[in-house]
Design a protein around this ligand. Sequence first.
Ligand SMILES: O=C(O)C1=C[C@@H](OP(=O)(O)O)[C@@H](O)[C@H](O)C1
Ligand SMILES: C=C(OP(=O)(O)O)C(=O)O
Length: 473
Amino acid sequence: MLVSKYSEPEFSPYDDGTLVTGGDPGPWPAPVAERELAASVRLPGSKSLTNRELVLSALATGPSLLRAPLHSRDTALMIEALRSLGTEIEDVPGEGGYGSDLRITPAEELLGGTSIECGLAGTVMRFLPPLAALALGPVAFDGDESARRRPMRTTIEALRDLGVDVNDDGRGVLPFSLYGTGTVEGGDLSIDASASSQFVSGLLLAAPRFTRGLTLRHTGDTLPSMPHIEMTIATLAARGVVVESPEPGVWVVPPAEIRGIEVDIEPDLSNAAPFLVAALVAGGTVSIGGWPWSTTQVGAHLETLLPLFGATTSRHGDTLVVDGGEGIRGGAQLPGADIDLSIGGELAPAIVALAALASGPSRITGIGHLRGHETDRLAALAAEINGLGGDVTELDDGLAITPRPLHGGEWKAYEDHRMATAGAIVGLAVEGVVVDDIATTAKTLPQFPQLWADLVRDPDEVIMTITTDTIVL
Ligand SMILES: O=C(O)C1=C[C@@H](OP(=O)(O)O)[C@@H](O)[C@H](O)C1
Ligand SMILES: C=C(OP(=O)(O)O)C(=O)O
């Protein structure tokens, strides 16, 4: 089964995330906030944790159980790819998550002779080639048209330096193929991971299975998304693999067994960003339950980032509450902020959308690598905000935002889930914003339109849900 964006089976953004048939719902008029929020949101599992745990489970010595994993396009692509390499992955009833849990039984031997569809998922295209090099036989990689623009040269060259036979056309992008021999010797390897931390994570995840392990050295000037590398190291540690980092930019992975484990997947804290930002735009409070006390997810930094724009945050048990006061809709004048977001570029679209609605100017820097994300996010954010009357300038490594009164109009998502949700944020404050492709949120959060509708719904509105045998008022 290949999961492509508009072919069946499809993730409907209006459904609970289970596989349903359905297509592009068309242009989506973003709801405007009519009142202050008092919303509680429960979010599905983290994409980054789910896809790491899937990869490690496939490489493990015994079965694993993922509780409350994310079910979205990116995780469906990962599951499909691992199955095609011989991993057994079963849906089993789960409690409290969005959809089933996953039981994974690793293959005795990973088998090639397959083609892997990466969609637009960075975690699939960067995590699976090192794993596929451990399979026996040829493995081809390709993805969406837009995926063919995402940087892959570092993965391709790293595998060649490790002695893997890789076939590509020299442009450093998808498609390419490799020929797995069942083993990778490993040893010392230098790479430039300045375009994506995922190059490091992909190699570290497979490295315990290399005959000599791996000593990996990053040679570039900058390295984005360090928390995601720490997440990789933490997920390996939970399975008994101790990765050492004797100096910044160097990681030593011993050859080791990767244990099968049972693991609870945390809610996706990066997908929390638009919901928490909404408190500052609409005013009032947004609470997110299941917020971990300790995590490697970069979304945890929202707790300190949003106060820079005037929010108050508090914890009540495992719930994070963001209070946006009267909010922009209520007349609040939010300060701008100067933020180096190199640790968490995936938070940038939501923060930039907020900055465009604030009263003071902002600079968001350290995010040059976002040009290689789902789309060139710096160009896309500047084009869409400026198209509504804004003033955003592209810098070498970020954006300078000078707030201006915005007007309604089309907001293009560029097949980028976080561009789509950035449009929803702007639309909360600006009448007449229409996101051209909200379905693209199915990449990591198929429930987005429903959750967003619930967020802004009048709490006094009576909702009638008709199910097959009950009527709930
Ligand atoms: O390893 C991961 O799960 C991710 C790493 C980051 O990639 P980059 O370092 O390419 O930004 C992040 O932006 C992406 O959404 C997920
Ligand atoms: C950059 C992102 O995704 P990917 O995992 O495809 O790189 C993202 O989710 O913001």
